[in-house]
Design a protein around this ligand. Structure first.
Ligand SMILES: Nc1ncnc2c1ncn2[C@@H]1O[C@H](COP(=O)(O)OP(=O)(O)OP(=O)(O)O)[C@@H](O)[C@H]1O
Ligand SMILES: [Mg+2]
Length: 276
């Protein structure tokens, strides 16, 4: 069997509470999962269930209280800061808020070219050429390069953020609610773009969302989190269409979806719960 791209084992995450006597608050308990190259794993759960904490731990932005995170066979939690920085091209992130994530004082060209140059893999001219290519790939017009973030809509900014995340051809992108701030049609376009890029680059996504309709269409597998614990996992179609755990059933029943066949499944699930 080939080694998974990302393997998380027995992960626990704690936050310190204010007040020196208070014990740390454990928000993630014994979480484990794997992601294969070119695949998408969704993390779903209600607000506060711990989705972003897991994503941040994978990115090295939040420490783990215990457990193991292996990326391409390397133990991420044991890496020194400098070694970790070397991996930053392989491990990228797209956040929910495209307004906050692009520096408003820089042109899109500056925002995208600088990290490429800083990587040492590209000269300025090569970086500029690559940025033009990337913007084309995310279906943004050529003059995007000389404009400022303030000139773009939320959906366009999110496509620019995707271009930035993919610039160094990462192996894994942690997407933390990347489409939650977008309207439904823009959301669909951004998801389509992410999928298209996945097919072209064989990138994997750890896709954080509270939206099961998105999970159903976008992810290969899904993990359902309730208060920091995995309560269900499996192929996303199977979990969304016939959830086994009561918490997942509740999430599925509560989610609105435009697809009539899914609506029927949900309606039946709601009715079944009412009579249970
Ligand atoms: N920096 C922090 N310090 C203390 N507690 C935190 C911190 N970040 C998150 N928490 C707590 O950890 C728990 C999980 O939070 P997290 O942000 O991971 O949830 P989430 O599933 O991403 O929620 P949402 O859907 O609202 O983004 C919550 O109880 C939250 O209050
Ligand atoms: Mg979150």
């Amino acid at each position: 069997m080939t080694e998974p791209l990302l393997s998380v084992q027995n992960l626990a995450i704690e936050y310190q509470r204010p007040g020196w006597r208070k014990p740390a608050l454990r928000v993630i308990h014994d979480v484990g999962f794997e992601i294969e190259a070119g695949h998408t794993l969704a993390l779903v759960g209600e607000s506060g269930s711990g989705k972003s904490s897991i994503g941040r731990a994978v990115l090295g932005l939040t420490p783990a209280a215990s457990g193991k995170i292996q990326f391409q066979g390397q133990d991420l939690l044991a890496l020194k800061k400098k070694e970790r920085r070397k991996l930053s091209g392989d491990l990228q992130v797209i956040f929910q808020n495209p307004y906050g994530s692009l520096n408003p004082g820089l042109t899109i060209g500056q925002i995208l070219v600088e990290p490429l140059e800083a990587s040492g893999k590209f000269t300025r001219v090569q970086a500029q050429r690559r940025v033009a290519e990337l913007l084309d790939r995310v279906h943004m017009p050529k003059d995007t390069i000389s404009r400022y973030p303030g000139n773009f809509s939320g959906g366009q900014r999110q496509r620019i953020a995707i271009a930035r995340a993919l610039a160094l051809e990462p192996k894994l992108v942690v997407c933390d609610e990347p489409t939650s701030a977008l309207d439904v049609s823009t959301q669909a376009a951004v998801l389509e773009l992410l999928r298209e890029l996945q097919d072209g680059l064989n990138v994997s996504y750890l896709f954080i969302t509270h939206d099961l309709a998105v999970v159903r269409t976008f992810a290969d597998r899904v993990i359902v989190l309730e208060q920091g614990r995995i309560v269900e996992e499996g192929l996303s179609a199977a979990v969304c269409d016939s959830p086994q755990n009561p918490y997942t059933k509740k999430l599925v029943a509560a989610a609105p979806v435009p697809d009539p066949s899914l609506q029927r499944i949900r309606r039946n699930a709601r009715l079944a719960m009412k009579h249970a």
